[in-house]
Structure formats: structure tokens, C-alpha cells
Ligand binder design. Structure first.
Ligand SMILES: Cc1cc2nc3c(=O)[nH]c(=O)nc-3n(C[C@H](O)[C@H](O)[C@H](O)COP(=O)(O)OP(=O)(O)OC[C@H]3O[C@@H](n4cnc5c(N)ncnc54)[C@H](O)[C@@H]3O)c2cc1C
Length: 362
């Protein structure tokens, strides 16, 4: 089989791999971005119209990260002459300790945050019911995910990256000067290989490093039609509750997206995904909507599934062993950081720096 020589091979053109390929190409590296399906496919984690963007985390580390990411999104928007982030504002409510932590982390970072008693929050946002104290943050909203994903791939291409779709990487072997990447079409010799393979990451990179245990789950999301009196003026929201948080945000043209965080069925490998909704989870979400989201008709207008790849502490994985960089920024909250993950991943490729918090220990 023919062998192409490049500086960097990035495996996986989901949002993370695409962003890392873009950042590497912008630094003048010769990049091959390899995707087993096609860009925009719905079998991984990055598809769909929207994701929540927020500074509002209980952990100050992620507040600071989101603040940095917003600057990187704005730069991408300027480059592509369009907008991907809409700050509609958002509310976190439910478990009081979590809500107070979010407020403390926001204010410590100099970001906007306002504590609201439930009746005040209900007056501001009549489409939702509130479970105790709420924290309102103006810097929450949505990322237009599908558009952003395509724009990042287009940007990578415009900076010189070669995109190989419908090409599956079968294995990676270390060589004396880097790595050899074997695919079902063409093989690559490279100095560095980035494995940004989402739920497939352990299968592909597990032999090159001892990764933290990564749990793959098939999560459900639903869209609901807003009642006419509420229209499209929705804040994004997170409801901290037991056993799992619920979240929601408005998808223009589709309705209010609602899901449970990390409640889907656990699978051993992404190829075991069934793509069908679990009736118990469906019932649980419909009950949730009936109780807490009076501003929509509690019958979904669309429903789909999407993969989470989750570490035990819900941090990301972003580290390097020899010529192999491993990037798994998921745990159900990685999209909002994409252009910044691109830069951090490219830093690992060029050896400029590693990122302590996301390093794995083996
Ligand atoms: C239901 C749901 C809701 C979410 N909500 C939010 C949110 O509100 N806010 C937020 O910030 N984040 C959110 N996320 C998380 C976010 O979407 C993910 O963090 C992000 O999409 C992860 O992207 P990825 O590139 O790591 O994985 P993926 O998108 O899965 O990309 C991995 C790619 O690698 C490819 N690949 C795998 N193996 C091979 C191989 N051998 N050869 C070639 N290609 C290969 C796959 O086909 C895939 O395209 C949510 C995720 C889900 C599922």
C-alpha cells in the first residue's frame, strides 16, 4: 500500500480532532485528518444543531477555560465571517450547594452571576419552573454545533490540512522516527499522531498509554415545541438534581432541546450503539418536562441519541506518550471548548507545553 509522509496525522474528524487539525495547520504543519465516516455524521458525539455554551461551572478551573474558549470562538467567527456562539443567558437551579458554587466561581472570575429566588426566576423565564435558588449568568447560551463543526473543518482545509473521509484507521505503530498509521486506503508515516477518536479512543490508543477508564454511554436528546406564549426567548438551563442533572436549550428551527446528563445506557464499544431510544429514559424525560418545563408541549417533536465518553471525574483527557497524542474532551461537556482544545492539542503536537489538569498518569 502507498505511504504518505506528513508532519501530523489526526485520527477522528469530530469537533476535537477537527479543531486540533486546524490549529496544527495554522502553525504551518502538514496535516492529514482522517475520518472513518463523513464530516457531520451522527454516529459519534459532535452532531446536532446546538450545544450549551456557558461560563457557569461550579469549578473555577472550567470558568476560566470557558472564558479563554470564548475568545477563540470569536477569533474563529471573525475568520469565517459568521457567528457560532449566541449568548442568550442561562440559569442553573436545583441543588443549592451546586448553585451557590456556580455563583461563587463566576463572581471569583469577574464574570456575571446573579442569585435569584425561584419566584423571581419564574417571572423572568415563564417557560421553566424553578427548584429553589437559581443562578442567572449572561454569558451562557448556545453554540451552533453543526455549523461550527463544518466551519472548523473548512478552516483546517483552508490552512492546508488534507481531509480523508470514509477512511478508517486500523492501527498505529511506533517507528524509530514517529509512527506509522495504517488505514483501509492509504498508510501514513508521521512524526506525531493525534488520536481524537471519541468513543473509539481506547480501542485505538489504549495500547500506547494507560488511559483512565472511559465509560461510553448512549445518551438521549429530545426537542419539544414551545407554547406560542413563550416563543423562542429561552435561556439555556441546567437543573442540578438527583440522580442526574437535566439540561435544556433552544435550537432555532427545532424547538427546546432537553436531555438528562449522563443517564444513557452504558455500552462496551461505540459500534454496539443501537441508535434506538430506551423507553425508560424517554418516559423519565417526558415526566421531567411535564413537571419542570411548562412552556413546551410535553410531547417530543424529534428524538435522537449521541455518545458520551466519560472519565471518572468528568475531566478531559489530553496528553502525549511518545509520538501519540490522545485527546478525549468529552464527558458530555467538551464542545464549548473546541477551538481552545485545538490550540492545547497543537501545543502537545509541537511539544510546546502539556496541560497538567488533563494529563493522565500511567
Ligand atoms: C447528548 C449530548 C449533549 C452534549 N451537550 C453538550 C453541551 O451542551 N455543551 C458542550 O460543551 N458539550 C456537550 N456535549 C459534548 C460534546 O458534544 C463532545 O464533548 C464532543 O462532541 C466530543 O467530540 P470528539 O471529537 O471528542 O468525539 P466525536 O465527535 O465522537 O469524534 C470522534 C471521531 O473519530 C472518528 N473515529 C473513531 N475511530 C476512528 C478510526 N479508527 N478511524 C477514523 N476515524 C475514527 C469517529 O468516527 C468520530 O467522527 C454533548 C454531547 C452529547 C452526546
Amino acid at each position: 500500500m502507498a505511504v504518505d509522509r506528513v508532519d501530523v496525522v489526526v485520527v477522528g474528524a469530530g469537533i476535537a480532532g477537527s479543531a486540533i487539525a486546524r490549529s496544527c495547520a495554522r502553525r504551518g504543519l502538514d496535516v492529514a485528518l482522517i475520518e472513518q465516516f463523513t464530516v457531520g455524521h451522527d454516529r459519534g458525539s459532535s452532531h446536532g444543531g446546538v450545544r450549551i455554551f456557558r461560563f457557569a461551572y461550579p469549578d473555577p478551573f472550567y470558568v476560566a477555560l470557558a472564558q479563554r474558549a470564548l475568545g477563540d470562538w470569536r477569533e474563529l467567527e471573525a475568520e469565517r465571517n459568521t457567528s457560532f456562539i449566541e449568548l442568550t443567558g442561562g440559569v442553573d437551579h436545583g441543588d443549592e450547594r451546586a448553585v451557590r458554587e456556580v455563583y461563587a466561581a463566576l463572581t471569583a472570575a469577574g464574570a456575571h452571576g446573579e442569585l435569584l429566588p425561584a419566584p423571581t426566576a419564574s417571572e423572568m423565564f415563564p417557560g421553566l419552573r424553578f427548584d429553589g435558588l437559581a443562578c442567572w449568568s449572561r454569558d451562557t447560551g448556545r453554540v451552533h454545533a453543526d455549523r461550527a463543526w463544518r466551519a472548523i473543518v473548512d478552516s483546517a482545509r483552508s490552512h492546508g490540512a488534507a481531509i480523508h473521509e470514509s477512511t478508517r484507521v486500523d492501527r498505529i505503530e511506533r517507528t524509530s522516527d514517529g509512527a506509522r498509521v495504517f488505514t483501509d486506503r492509504v498508510d501514513f508515516a508521521t512524526t506525531t499522531v493525534v488520536v481524537a477518536a471519541g468513543g473509539w479512543v481506547t480501542a485505538l490508543a489504549g495500547g500506547h498509554a494507560t488511559l483512565p477508564p472511559l465509560e461510553i454511554s448512549e445518551e438521549h436528546v429530545f426537542h419539544f415545541a414551545p407554547r406560542p406564549s413563550i416563543g423562542a426567548a429561552w435561556p439555556s438551563f441546567i437543573h442540578y438534581r438527583d440522580p442526574e442533572a437535566a439540561y435544556g436549550l433552544f435550537t432555532p428551527g427545532e424547538g427546546l432541546k432537553v436531555g438528562e446528563h449522563h443517564a444513557g445506557r452504558v455500552i462496551a464499544h461505540p459500534n454496539e450503539r443501537v441508535g434506538e431510544l430506551d423507553p425508560d429514559r424517554r418516559t423519565a424525560v417526558l415526566r421531567y418536562v411535564e413537571e419542570w418545563v411548562p412552556g413546551v408541549v410535553a410531547l417530543p417533536v424529534s428524538e435522537t441519541t449521541c455518545l458520551y465518553t466519560t472519565t471518572p471525574n468528568e475531566d478531559f483527557v489530553l496528553d502525549r506518550r511518545g509520538p501519540v497524542v490522545i485527546a478525549s474532551p468529552c464527558s458530555g461537556h467538551g464542545f464549548k471548548f473546541a477551538p481552545l482544545i485545538g490550540e492545547l492539542g497543537a501545543d502537545l503536537v509541537t511539544g510546546e507545553r502539556s496541560f497538567e489538569r488533563f494529563a493522565f498518569r500511567d
